[in-house]
Design a protein around this ligand. Structure first.
Ligand code: ADP
Ligand code: MG
Length: 260
């Protein structure tokens, strides 16, 4: 479904992603792990069209999308969520879902009379769809709540809901488990598995190893901008390079904390 080849990203003198190649098979829940600063989010940003790569190529569902904008990838059915959710905080949860761009029916019809009817029908359809997604996510009772009042975990669910509004083929999730209580985490894991059964492919960046090991196969490991390995949960957990990369990261963090 997704294929990236020799992907590179330079930020000034820093090579954040350094010749990474991997594939995400259709129908998989693929995990992307690695210590902080490994280049995971930067890889996501290039795939989702936030900025173009400095080198390499990206294919999605048979199409070269290497330098596509976020808008274009979104329309193609490739959507991402953010490490830090960004809902419209004063709007209600339901409105946040209804805001997600659809096929822009208003642009397609030149006949004004016909258009007004079509837009009303489209609005009803959007509302129905949003209500259904809220129900699926267990957020129905929060539909009229301002999105800014949600807990961190509920915002993550809302992010997932916004992604679902676009009828995606593939969803990129950046740390869906970060800062979430165990109950809600179980809920999110459960919903992702269910969506996957319904045909959506996932690529998930996550630090919560329990979540990665139960949900993801295969698991891709990055460190220092490079691809370290790819394998099953068992293979990744017992690989000495992976252990070293994570321990190395921890030692760096400690050193920084002491110096800082
Ligand atoms: N917009 C940016 N400008 C400059 N440097 C960046 C930018 N985004 C990320 N980086 C740097 O690129 C490296 C990889 O970051 P990132 O992709 O966020 O890692 P990860 O998500 O694996 O923790 C880090 O050294 C980070 O500081
Ligand atoms: Mg990140």
């Amino acid at each position: 479904m997704l294929s990236i080849v020799d992907l590179v990203k330079d930020f000034g003198g820093l090579r954040a992603v350094d010749g990474v190649s991997f594939e995400v098979g259709q129908g998989t829940i693929t995990g992307l792990i690695g210590p902080n600063g490994a280049g995971k989010t930067t890889t996501f940003n290039m795939v989702a069209g936030a900025f173009p790569p400095s080198g390499g190529s990206i294919r999605f569902d048979g199409t070269d999308i290497t330098s596509w904008s976020a808008h274009q990838t979104f329309r193609e059915g490739l959507v991402r969520t953010f490490q830090i959710p960004r809902p419209f905080s004063r709007m209600t949860v339901l409105e946040n879902l209804m805001m997600v761009p659809q096929g822009q029916i208003g642009e397609r019809f030149w006949n004004t009379w016909f258009r007004i009817g079509a837009i009303r029908a489209e609005e009803r359809r959007l509302r129905d769809k949003a209500v259904e997604i809220l129900d699926f996510l267990g957020l129905t009772r929060l539909g009229e709540e301002a999105a800014g009042n949600l807990s961190g975990g509920q915002m993550k669910l809302l992010e997932l809901g916004r992604a679902l509004m676009s009828d995606p083929k593939m969803i990129l999730l950046d740390e869906p488990g970060a800062g979430i209580n165990p109950t809600l985490l179980g809920e999110i894991v459960d919903r992702i598995a269910e969506l996957n059964k319904r045909g959506i492919t996932f690529l998930i960046i996550e630090h919560n190893m329990d979540m990665v090991m139960t949900l993801c196969h295969p698991i891709i490991v990055m460190a220092s901008g490079k691809l370290l390995m790819e394998g099953s949960a068992d293979e990744v957990q017992t690989d000495s390079r992976v252990l070293e990369a994570f321990l190395g990261g921890a030692v760096d963090d400690d050193a920084e904390a002491t110096v800082g």
